[in-house]
Design a protein around this ligand. Sequence first.
Ligand code: TXE
Length: 479
Amino acid sequence: MNIKNYINGEFSPPLLDDWIDNYNPTSGKVYGQIPNSTKEDVEKAYTAAKSAFPSWSSTSLEKRSQILSKIAQLINKKLPELARAETKDNGKPLQLAKAIDIPRAAANFQFFANAITQFTSDAHESIGLDAMNYTLRQPLGVVGCISPWNLPLYLFTWKIAPAIASGNCVIAKPSEITPITAYLLGEICTEAGLPKGVLNIVHGLGTTAGQAIVEHPGVKAISFTGGTETGAHIARIVAPMFKKLSLELGGKNPNIIFADCDYEEMLSTTVQSSFSNQGQICLCGSRIFVEESIYDKFKKDFVTAVSKLKVGNPFDDTTTIGALVSKPHLEKVMSYIENVSEYGGKILFGGNRVSVNNFEDGYYLQPTIIEVNDNQCKLNQEEIFGPIVTIMPFNTEEEVLDMANNVSYGLSATLWTNDLKRTMRISKNIHTGMIWVNTWLLRDLRTPFGGTKNSGVGREGGFEGLRFFTEPKNICIKY
Ligand code: TXE
């Protein structure tokens, strides 16, 4: 499938007619080409976005909301096609794309279609001074949205929906590794009646097309999800330009399991939080800490449960683990397995590539459990972002809190316990942006989403997202 840029409501080839191969990770084969866009394509997208802005920013909230709702409806209507495209492009099980990725992309639009009609600004009466302040929340203008490959349409729309709901025009770039559903979104936006130039989708490499969006002096804000190193690079570029910046970066999230938890529920959720989407979710609980008294039992039961996961053809209904997203990513993940003993780990389960019938060159890897005995080892400090978790025991609350916090990331944490006081203490003292207690990845789209430390700055979700994409302007009137 060959895809094109979506600029000013039209599909167009890259101006320099340069293309990049797109791989299908389930088979390891090239199955299409995508534009290798350059600065010139970004400039074309900018011109379209800039000229659409005056009209879009003064379009009524009801009208914007109707268009966003229509986009949501069309995503739901085309769910089977979008889910298949996502699986082919990313390698994830089709069941997952159908149940999570595509419905959530629709929900992102529907949520912000509703949220924008409820978003209000403040008024402050200066009592005794005969003055009234009111604060406008104005759209920024042209903004940039750059998203990764792990949850392609889900994360792409999570940025675009609040940006356009609040009246901005967007230049968006999906990951070059998973561009297809973003391409299909262009058609949907046209069908939904989104005016030309409100959303412009430029495909290409991060270092050229992505960088051109970040560097463009007319782009007022960058919302980025991706790797920590890339986030730091972007921050260095935009800081002296004083752009608004939201960064959602990597994670190395602790999953803390106390003996008093609801064991069976913890066990099945822990299998999910470890290996969903081949472990390629920034929220996966990749460091599992288990209270000593249940450590041996957990180890045995966890290995048994994980051994039942089925790695295979992602289009097959019974598959629970599909292909990793790309060859370089598979190689990165495998390097941790190859060096496991040097890094102080012992493989309890998995560790091998899997050959899948008719998909022999796909990027399949067993879910892998590694036992470690030092939280400072590389396996516990670096984001692997694949189907690998580490486990180790702990004795006291202080000890596990210390290990949970002793890492450069601070995205999320999961806690399993029925002790209320302990829940309150740990939740308060853990250094992450989000904590799930007795559950994992239960999402309410109104809540602030994001991390601390090397996991990024800023929050997405709910009104936080709308605040990011608007500039507060205070007006003080003396009467
Ligand atoms: O991400 P990149 P990569 C982590 C994970 C993974 C590592 C690297 O550990 O192994 O990051 O992954 C665009 N200017 N996460 O290299 O490069 C790029 O084109 C502007 C965690 O694939 O950060 C893509 O659209 N844009 C993460 C997007 O950035 C640039 C999800 C993300 O790609 C750019 C993915 C530049 N200079 C990986 N360079 C999460 N937080 O969920 C690249 N891009």
